[in-house]
Design a protein. Structure first.
Length: 425
């Protein structure tokens, strides 16, 4: 019989890969705490209705949807925001605002598998609910900057935009919501020609085309030129004002915004305001993205609640760390193998291993029943331990064990009660 493989697009994360993902999770979680976000854990399986309500055609088509045994149409979550918006209208409805919520876990999309694009991937997700102020948008951009910095990335760029600009123009030209979403989805993929072809008004098309082709020297110049270009488009101008206020706050706080993209759009339908993404030069894909969604909680039956959030793609952050040769800053802890010399010392040796673990020392017990020399050879070859603790009859009688330093190849006798301390120091 042939061996089993993972389902296409699904991966096993082997120890080294799992270590990096867990490292990024730890940094994201620490950042959440630093910004005052509290973690919630929501189900991976949710009602299809909830997940499809406002996610947009693109994601709807890529969801893993199925009937459970109770004949309910359910899906694997393709993102976190819908689940958090559900919480905001149910169990967390009465929580004081602003509400800051963090989540981390796997999400599922039937994307075409390639480097940095999987069908099961990891996200850390931050939602800030209850404030319509630009400082709330700024906080979400800043915490994203902190996550990138805290994992050790050196070279990344933040791109800022505002869906209110494109939506404002189209609304003024009476383009229906559904069509607006179709246009934005194509703009998100930079399929500008296909996007513009959907619009029947020449004037509307020209204004959008002008935005796409707008030339500018700096992020502030971009905002200035947008204002000039959009004279007479009141809603779009309000959006530019808002974008300008957010840009000012973020840059004043010391975080650099590399680009303001006047024709920036994102695939998710629920965005209503500022949107942003993080990129690294070596990859043509986003490491994270988010924005403002002021209507979603209302659509889910809650009180009108302005909100802004972001999701970071942890697998892609891990890839960027690898390409930028980012070292994991982890505390180096000493590790030992514990080897009894004879059958009769097994019990005592296990007890010593337990004592070491209780003291926080990583101890592997010789479970293969090998002779000492063989066990030593293996420990040496694998380079997974700093010391071997050898438990023999003669030393035990004196309350001691033999500690062998596997790199220096020296060995000493150590009193059992001093063992953990000696190894740690
Ligand atoms: P989105 O919810 O589409 O804004 O996605 C947020 C982030 O998740 C993106 O910026 C990516 O970093 C990551 N992401 C999205 N789709 C995938 C995928 N198929 N594989 C790996 N990461 C992804």
């Amino acid at each position: 019989m042939s061996t089993f493989q993972t389902v296409r697009g699904m991966r096993d994360l082997l120890p080294e890969e799992a270590e990096v993902i867990n490292y990024v999770i730890t940094k994201a979680r620490q950042t959440a705490t630093l910004y005052g976000f509290r973690e919630v854990i929501t189900p991976i399986v949710e009602p299809y209705e909830l997940l499809s309500a406002k996610s947009g055609e693109e994601i709807r088509q890529r969801m893993f949807t199925f009937k459970d045994l109770g004949d309910r149409t359910v899906a694997l979550r393709p993102e976190f925001t819908a689940s958090i918006a559900r919480l905001a209208t149910t169990a967390m409805k009465n929580e004081p605002k602003p509400l800051r919520v963090f989540s981390v876990g796997s999400v599922y999309r039937y994307d075409e598998p390639q480097k940095g694009r999987y069908r099961e991937f990891w996200q850390s997700n931050f939602e800030l609910m209850g404030s319509a102020k630009p400082e709330a948008d700024a906080e979400v951009v800043l915490l994203t900057n902190s996550v990138m910095k805290n994992v050790g990335l050196q070279d990344y760029a933040i791109k800022l935009g505002h869906v209110g600009v494109l939506k404002g123009i189209m609304t003024q030209h009476s383009v229906e919501d559904k069509m607006q979403n179709a246009v934005l989805q194509r703009m998100d993929k930079k399929e500008y020609e296909a996007a513009l072809a959907l619009i029947s008004s020449d004037e509307c098309r020209n204004v959008l085309q002008g935005l796409i082709e707008l030339k500018y020297d700096s992020v502030f110049d971009a905002v200035k030129k947008m204002k000039t270009h959009l004279q007479g488009y009141e809603k779009a101008l309000n959006a530019v004002e808002n974008l300008s206020a957010i840009l000012k706050l973020v840059t004043e706080s010391g975080c650099e915004i590399e680009t303001v993209d006047p024709a920036f759009a994102r695939g998710l339908e629920y965005y209503t305001g500022m949107i942003f993404e993080v990129h690294v030069p070596e990859m043509n894909i986003a490491l994270g993205g988010g924005g403002r969604y002021d209507k979603l909680i209302e659509v889910f039956g809650g009180e009108p609640t302005p909100a802004v959030g972001v999701a970071h793609g942890l697998d892609r952050i891990a890839l960027a760390m690898q390409s930028q040769k980012t070292a994991l800053k982890t505390e180096e802890k000493k590790k030992v193998v514990v080897v009894p010399i004879r059958e009769e010392q097994k019990g005592e040796a296990l007890k010593i291993a337990q004592m070491l673990r209780d003291a926080g020392v990583s101890a592997k017990f010789e479970v293969m029943g090998r002779k000492m020399a063989k066990a030593m050879e293996d420990a040496d070859k694998r380079k997974e331990a700093d010391y071997a603790v050898i438990v023999g009859e003669r030393e035990l009688k004196e309350g001691k064990v033999v500690v062998k330093d596997l790199s220096k190849r020296t060995q000493t006798e150590v009193k059992i009660e001093e063992l953990a301390q000696k190894i740690k120091s």
